[in-house]
Write a protein that binds this ligand. Sequence first.
Ligand SMILES: Nc1ncnc2c1ncn2[C@@H]1O[C@H](COP(=O)(O)OP(=O)(O)OP(=O)(O)O)[C@@H](O)[C@H]1O
Ligand SMILES: [Mg+2]
Length: 332
Amino acid sequence: MGAASAGIQPPGESCMASIVTLTLSPALDSATSIARLCPDAKLRCSEPRYAPGGGGINVARAIHQLGGSALALFPAGGPTGLHLAELLAAEGVPCQALPIDAWTRECLNVVEQASAQQYRFVLPGARLSETEQAQLLAALADLPELDYLVISGSLPAGLAADFIPRLLQTAEQRGARCILDSSGEVLRQALDIGGLFLIKPNLNELRTLAGEDIGEPDQLLRVARGLVDAGQCTAVLVSLGPQGALLTSRELSERITAPTVKKLSTVGAGDSLVGAVTLKLAQGASLSEAARYGVAAGSAAIMTAGSELCRRADTERLFAWLQARAAAGARD
Ligand SMILES: Nc1ncnc2c1ncn2[C@@H]1O[C@H](COP(=O)(O)OP(=O)(O)OP(=O)(O)O)[C@@H](O)[C@H]1O
Ligand SMILES: [Mg+2]
C-alpha cells in the first residue's frame, strides 16, 4: 500500500509539515555570453555567473523564495559539488549534500549577443556508486522530519534497477507524501509501483507516458484521470504552459487558467509551480488551492528574466486573482 492510500492526514494551518526535495542529478549552472557563435574560433565569453541547478534543488529554492523552508538533499562531488552547496547555503536554502566520488556536473548556458538566442548545454549527471546509492537512501530514512518528499529532475545513468522502488519504499515507511516531477522511464516505473501522492507532468511528458497524442481536453482528462482510477497516484497536475494546468483526483477535476503575464523567460516555471504546490499542501491547503498557488508561481516565474524563479510578491498577487476567479466561478 502506498503512502497516498495510507490515510495520512494533511497537517493543520498552525504546524507546517516538513518538505524535503531530492535531486539525483544536481548541477552547477554557469551562464555566460558571447558575441557570435561560430565553429573553430576561440569564443571569448563574458564573466561567468554561477547558480545552483537541478530539479529538486530549484524546487527548494522556489519554496525559499515563497517564504517557506525545504531541505534540499542531493549527492555532491568534487569542487563543483562544493561550489553548488556553498551557493545554496549563501541563498539560505537548507541543504544536506551527500559526498560522492564523481564530480557534480556543470551545465552551461550561453547567450549569443548577436541573436539573443540562448544555448543550453546539459551534461550528464554524476554517477552514483552502489554504496553511494545506498547511502542516499539511508540518509533519507534517517532524516528527523519527512512529511513531503519532492523527487524532481533527471536521473544519472547507472542507477540500480531497484533504486526507484527502494526510494519509494523508504518514503512510504516514513509516511511521507511523494510528489514526483520527472519524465520517461522514471515516471512510468514510479507509477507502476503506485502510492505516489502527486505527479506533475507537462503535456508532452503525459503524451509520452500514455503513448498517444493528446489533442482534446476530454482526452487529456481521460488519460490523467485514468492514472488516478488505476491507483497509480492520488492526484495528477498536468501543466499546460500558457494554458495553465489541469488538476484531477478521485474527488475533483479542475482546469486552472494561467493569468496573462509579460513573458521574460520560461526557465524555472515548472520548478516554481511544484515548489508552490508543495508549500501550500504542507501548510494544510486543499489540492485545488495548492494547484492554484502553483499556477500563480509558474506564471510568476515567466515574469522574471533568465533562470530566476518566481518572486513572492508576484506569486501572491496572481494567486489572489486566481482565487477570486475561482470564487466567482463557484457562484456562477
Ligand atoms: N507563457 C506563459 N504565461 C503564463 N504562465 C505560464 C506560461 N508558460 C508557463 N506558465 C506557467 O508555468 C506553469 C508551468 O509551465 P509548463 O507547463 O511550461 O511547465 P514545464 O513544462 O514543467 O516547465 P519546465 O520547462 O520549467 O520544466 C504553467 O502551469 C503556468 O502556470
Ligand atoms: Mg518540467
